[in-house]
Design a protein around this ligand. Sequence first.
Ligand code: ES4
Ligand code: ZN
Length: 323
Amino acid sequence: MEFPLTRHLLKAEIHCHIEGAAPPALAARQAEKYGVDTSDILREGAYVWSDFSEFLVCYDRVASLFRTDEDYALLTESYLTELAGENTIYSEIIVSPDHGDRIGLGADAYIAGISEGIRRAREKTGIEARIIVTGERHFGPESVIAAAKYAARGKNPLVTGFNMAGEERMGRVSDYAPAFDIAREAGLGLTIHAGEVCGPFSVADALDLVRPARIGHGVRAVEDPELVARLRDLGTVLEVCPGSNIALGVYPDFGSHPLRRLKQAGVRVCLNSDDPPFFHTSLAREYQIALETMGLSEQEIDGMTRTALEAAFVDEEPRGRLL
Ligand code: ES4
Ligand code: ZN
């Protein structure tokens, strides 16, 4: 879909899950290639799920349809090429070595495929991208710690950060803090999904125990004014994904989404697509909605793009060139 009102704006995002970027048509082709029945998760060209738990199950099923490094190279290349076509200059891709392991590909080949996709897209379009290794919270603390150890080995220069995604209601942040200690020690940028499904306590725990530069979502911090002030004072960047929040029912509509309130309170925020085809969105659509429905000016939107690039886990080159 075209979003002409924001076509001319440069865009950047720092929160998109690689398997979450798979269009349903591509997932269907993969399922056919590997002879997998997907009638329960793919219907009439759309993913089928009804709440956050079902979404996570659907996500893991879609991930299991990508089985070789070339499958991942093609997925990454097509996602980044589409983004570049919407005037996007930078993307940070969230990847989970567990998904590589679970289909028997292995984490190295999984990340090599994604890196190859980045290389091809950069060559074709000039788009820059980096990789954020993530642990999936619902796979348990051991697996999140293993993901951090994997990222900390530092074998791939495109891997610049560590994240935790998945079921926020599982366990407490303290169970997973050792993973972030490992990643911090290795010099990786830290970000964590918090305050998406759970309330302000989840964001406070993340700040206390992880000390991340950024938080994935974090929007429910708005329920606690003192926490909002703390985020503002720390300069923590919230990777806000409005379309994701609406699709998952965190807020009923864009009018009640807290992006603008957080921004006006002085919290650093940026726009992201999260799992675009799962949530019937794209980065361009998020930009368009911010402009048309959420009451943000072009100048404010440019400011959010700048925030994403300032907060990117990337070296001074290319940051200086992109900013
Ligand atoms: C996710 Cl929207 C969301 N939340 C938490 N974990 C995720 N993994 C992929 N998308
Ligand atoms: Zn996410």
